[in-house]
Design a protein around this ligand. Structure first.
Ligand code: SF4
Length: 282
């Protein structure tokens, strides 16, 4: 393995160690040198921010890559490199599938304290070969009850966003950093993220999307390993795990701040450009 590649692998493994998920990868011998109904939408219909703009073609202006200081980000992984990407290495976990990941979580997972109050484990839903994966922070009340991510008011708005991009909800994959609802809709805590996020990484490795889109600060900060506010890097492209990564605001934030719809639509347009999508015609 050449020194640059080794450095990236080691940095990525260190990221796993920092999150407390190193054992997951070590246990699998993936190591350097072993390559073997519409919601109430507030003052203005939130869908307008997406659908009304859908007539405009996606922006072709590329996002600035690696805008954040490198000191608190995981190192980028070059896209299109001839050598296997770290994502590809991770994907070599032998025989891994979404079904196996679900089985590994189990029906009664109690690995972290979020198990105490949850009704259902919310694994993820959508196309197992999706080009686009949306990642939120964790299930809310409706998701906990139904066992499916993004099915409440924010979820319906996410569906509108997806459809404005010219896709159907079932075309993409939707999941969360943690699979169980944090009490009182609080943010997942560090130990909960560290315990549950290996399952997310496995889901990403199995799906191998072209684009990862973090919805909200928690998912973005977890995946970018940064404490910076999302407004510092929202809409910027990063290379991550063999995919292109972008963060945008959470649909729940848009329900509270409809004026941010335009910014999110710009982010979605960037994704559409990468994926060659045309906006939905009304
Ligand atoms: S959040 Fe994840 S690790 Fe914690 S109990 Fe639920 S499935 Fe298990």
């Amino acid at each position: 393995m050449d020194p640059a590649k080794r450095a990236r692998v080691e940095a990525w493994l260190q990221y796993g160690e920092d999150l407390g998920i190193g054992p997951y990868f070590r246990d699998r011998a993936v190591t350097p040198g072993n390559d073997g109904a519409s919601p109430a939408l507030g003052p203005a219909p939130l869908s307008q921010g997406f659908a009304a703009n859908a007539a405009a073609p996606p922006s072709t202006t590329p996002g600035r890559a690696f805008a954040l200081g490198a000191s608190n980000l995981m190192p980028p992984v070059a896209l299109g490199a001839a050598e296997p990407s770290l994502f590809e290495i991770a994907s070599r976990i032998e025989g891994d599938t979404l079904e196996r990941i679900r089985e590994d979580i189990g029906a009664d997972c109690a690995r972290c304290k979020l198990s105490k109050a949850r009704k259902n484990i919310v694994f993820g839903v959508g196309n197992p070969k999706a080009d686009l994966v949306f990642i939120g922070e964790g299930p809310g009340h409706d998701e906990d009850v139904q066992g499916e991510p993004f099915v409440g008011r924010a979820g319906k708005l996410l569906t509108q966003m997806i459809e404005a991009m010219g896709l159907r909800r079932e075309d993409v994959y939707i999941c969360n950093v943690v699979k169980c609802r944090p009490p009182e809709n609080r943010l997942p805590e560090k130990d909960e993220i560290a315990t549950c996020s290996p399952f997310l990484l496995r889901q990403i490795a199995v799906i191998q999307p072209k684009v990862l889109c973090a919805l909200g600060a928690c998912a973005a900060q977890t995946l970018l390993q940064t404490t910076q506010g999302i407004s510092r890097f929202r809409g910027e492209w990063f290379d991550m795990l063999g995919a292109k990564f972008i963060a945008t605001y959470h649909p729940a934030y848009l329900l509270r701040n409809p004026s941010a719809k335009g910014e999110v639509w710009k982010d979605l347009q960037k994704i559409m450009t990468v994926l060659g999508l045309q906006p939905r015609r009304r």
